[in-house]
Unconditional design. Structure first.
Length: 228
């Protein structure tokens, strides 16, 4: 590094302006260095804080999923090792359907609570997840309707796929939202099945009433009154 004082002594030059200029440059560089440090700390905080939040959310989602799967063991009574196998199937289903693992696990609780096990339970969950992805409501709402329908009419008379097809037809032919039909339709199924009114006829009735402006829940109430 150049020593300005030594240069002045040797050459007999007036280096005061140069000395002042160098001091100003040094001070400016120090200020710039501090500013860069401040910016660096801000960037680190700006990146690390969102990442920490995302990490916390991810951990909570994983914990919620495990809690939902544990309910199937504790409340439904399925062996833990069996649920572990179902856990892998649920996680594998999340990607293709775009449904969160916890939502699928909550729906699986409804499915298994309805008495379905093994491949039958996963088939209903798969159909329900596809229905949810298509806008029919939360997976557990769709699963609740499908299992209520198959239980009311018997799996030999109404499969899960047929129940989903009927729900889709009721939405297509009527004016009610899928989520409204799925949430209300199950309330009329026990009496309808006992009187020999098919699930398809129930769906058609709700669709027909919705065309005149009757909402799904009201249509179900009116249908129950007609069947009573």
């Amino acid at each position: 590094m150049i020593n300005v004082g030594h240069l002045q002594a040797i050459m007999g030059l007036n280096t005061t302006p140069l000395d002042v200029g160098l001091q100003k440059a040094q001070a400016s560089m120090l200020r710039a260095g501090k500013k860069m440090q401040t910016i660096g700390r801000g960037m680190t905080l700006g990146l690390s804080l969102p990442l920490a939040i995302i990490g916390g959310v991810t951990v909570k989602m994983a914990a919620d999923f495990e809690t939902s799967m544990s309910k199937i063991v504790g409340q439904v009574g399925i062996a833990r090792e069996v649920v572990q196998g179902m856990r892998k199937d649920v996680l594998a289903l999340a990607g293709p359907t775009g449904i969160a693992p916890q939502e699928l696990a909550d729906a699986l609780f409804f499915v298994t609570s309805a008495g379905l096990r093994g491949a039958d339970a996963m088939d209903v969950l798969r159909l329900s997840a596809r229905g949810a992805a298509a806008g029919f409501g939360e997976t557990k709402i769709v699963a609740d309707l499908v299992t209520s329908a198959t239980n009311a009419y018997g799996i030999a008379n109404l499969t899960a796929a047929q129940a989903m097809d009927t729900l889709a037809a009721a939405v297509r032919e009527g004016k009610s939202e899928a989520v409204d039909i799925a949430g209300a339709m199950g309330q009329v199924l026990p009496i309808a099945s006992n009187l020999g009114v098919s699930f398809q006829e129930v769906g058609a009735s709700i669709a027909a009433m919705s065309r005149t402006g009757t909402v799904a829940r009201t249509a179900v109430i009116q249908l129950r009154q007609m069947l009573a």
